[in-house]
Design a protein. Structure first.
Length: 546
């Protein structure tokens, strides 16, 4: 393509020097390009772009950073004027390369397009147009400070940035703006410090401040009127509570009145204490021990741990303490137990056991373990009575509860048993209480041995071994223990068989005949002979084939 370089000249432009203009320039004339046309020719001027960083600025979707205008002189000489646009940001791109082209119009038929290019470099100059910015401003809106912190305590290290790259524009200076609480703090360089040591959480919990960050030169922004750019940070300093206050009782003395009918486990009152420290955890205790009451350590509630009817003292005084981990206070708790007269009688035991000889009639003084009940009410009146299947054997004094045996009780079967039990009832104006009287019987030797049948028959195998038991005699005795031991003996001697004292039949010879024997059976016991019993049955012995 033919060139018109010799016919293209420039006004207000030094091609050997980088052209500079300020970042905030708008529609400022930057360069004039003048071309001398061929005689009779008309030329079209335009701005073309050299590939590279210039095309990466986003001009396609943004207002162009440069505009142009062609102006003709009176002689018809064209001049291309380049103006600054409004889309400059020094931090994004600050060096621009612009190519201008002049082409002859219309196109020459034989020589095609006749054009000429010129390249101009523009350098953007930074201006102070960036505002300081606090980093993580949201998280910096609140900061904690331990109460009782001494003077000069560091509260916060301030940190704001200015995106202007020029050093004289981006230096930050911090200051406190006037607020009600500003006098308690000061800023030294980039540190927020305390200037008093009187921070008391219980008196004041929060301090409201406003921090100003200001850059180091006059602003290029018209709104700032030549003042440096600045930003403000609202800041709340909230105190962190320390455990520096002792608990306090809401009342100098705690008095609790409780009815004696209150059940075990029920809460009857509370130790009331407060602590100005919000972080304190109060622990409630009862000094010493108590059989009737306990204090829940985390809440101060007082609960019943034993039936109050068992309490001997109706007015009880305790020392209680409240501790927050650093400080302990003690106070007095008085509990008054009020009688309700609505309690049932109470037996001293649930079971009263005595041992007597069977068939004995026993007066009350001879039964040592007598049932006994108390009436816990103020108006005392008890009436005793008996109940149960064996009531016919017993008698009771309705006023004292003394029990006697009015009819002897058998121990031996089939009608007797070793233990007889009855219920004893004590009744007051509220109702009944119950206990058991248990009589254990000692056996006497008052029963005969008894054959299962009046005429008994035992079988002994034929050819049984001589001298070895071939059968056993059994005559049960209804007595108990040693009283059941019996001795067996034949009334007449026999040459073919012998009966041992234990009741075993021993053959003396080998026999196959039937025999009829009469036996006398004696019962030996530890009692005197007058208590012995005897039974004489008829026994038939049959020898069966072996």
């Amino acid at each position: 393509m033919p060139r018109l370089k010799d016919h293209l000249n420039f006004a207000s432009v030094d091609l050997n020097r980088v052209q500079k203009f300020r970042e905030n320039s708008y529609n400022q004339e930057l360069a004039k390009i003048v071309a001398t046309p061929w005689p009779g020719a008309v030329y079209d001027y335009s701005i073309a772009y050299i590939p590279g960083a210039f095309e990466q600025t986003g001009w396609i979707n943004s207002p162009p950073p440069f505009t142009s205008q062609v102006v003709y002189s009176a002689e018809g000489r064209p001049t291309l004027i380049i103006y600054s646009g409004s889309n400059f940001l020094y931090q994004r791109l600050n060096r621009y390369i612009v190519r201008a082209r002049a082409c002859q119009q219309p196109t020459d038929p034989s020589r095609e397009d006749i054009c000429s290019d010129v390249v101009i470099t523009f350098q953007l100059e930074d201006v102070n147009n960036m505002m300081p910015q606090f980093i993580d401003q949201f998280s910096l809106s609140e900061v904690g400070l331990l109460e009782n912190s001494p003077m000069g305590t560091e509260v916060l290290k301030l940190f704001a940035v200015d995106l202007d790259p020029t050093p004289k524009f981006n230096q930050i200076k911090y200051s406190l703006l006037p607020t009600t609480d500003a006098s308690n703090f000061a800023i030294k360089e980039d540190l927020l410090l305390t200037v008093t040591g009187q921070f008391d959480f219980e008196k004041k919990k929060n301090y409201v401040l406003k921090v100003k960050a200001e850059d180091s030169d006059a602003s290029s922004l018209q709104a700032n009127q030549g003042r440096p750019n600045s930003a403000e940070l609202p800041l709340t300093v909230f105190l962190l509570d320390q455990n520096d206050q002792c608990p306090r009782f809401t009342k100098p003395e705690l008095k609790i009145t409780v009815r004696e009918s209150v059940g075990v486990g029920e809460v009857i009152g509370k130790i009331d204490a407060t602590d100005s420290d919000e972080t304190s955890v109060l622990v409630y205790t009862m000094v010493g021990s108590s059989d009737n009451f306990a204090v829940i350590s985390v809440s101060g509630q007082v609960k019943v741990v034993r039936p109050l009817a068992l309490a001997v003292e109706k007015t009880q005084t305790y020392t209680v303490s409240v501790n927050d981990g650093e400080c302990e206070i003690v106070g007095t708790m008085i509990i008054e137990i009020v009688s309700t007269n609505e309690r049932l009688p109470e037996f001293t035991q649930s079971v009263y056991t005595n041992t007597v000889t069977e068939l004995s009639v026993v007066n009350a003084p001879n039964l040592p373990n007598q049932p006994s009940a108390v009436d816990p009410n103020e108006q005392k009146h008890l009436v005793y009575s008996l109940g149960g299947f064996f009531i016919s054997y017993f008698g009771i004094n309705s006023e004292t509860g003394q029990v006697s045996i009015i009819k002897g009780m058998p121990r031996d079967k089939p009608v007797g048993q070793p233990v007889f039990s009855i219920s004893v009832m004590a009744n007051n104006q509220k109702g009944y209480a119950y206990a058991v009287v248990e009589i254990r019987l000692e056996d006497i030797n008052n029963q005969y041995p008894r054959w299962p049948f009046p005429n008994s028959m035992v079988a002994c195998p034929e050819n049984s071994v001589v001298g070895t038991s071939c059968a056993e005699l059994v005559a049960p005795d209804a007595d108990f223990g040693n009283n059941t031991l019996s001795t067996y003996r034949a009334i007449t001697n026999d040459q073919d068989f012998r009966i041992t004292e234990d009741g075993f039949l021993i053959p003396l010879t080998v026999s196959s005949l039937d025999y009829v024997y009469w036996f006398l059976i004696l019962l030996r016991t530890i009692h005197l002979c007058s208590s012995c019993r005897a039974l004489t049955p008829q026994l038939t012995l049959s020898v069966i084939p072996g």
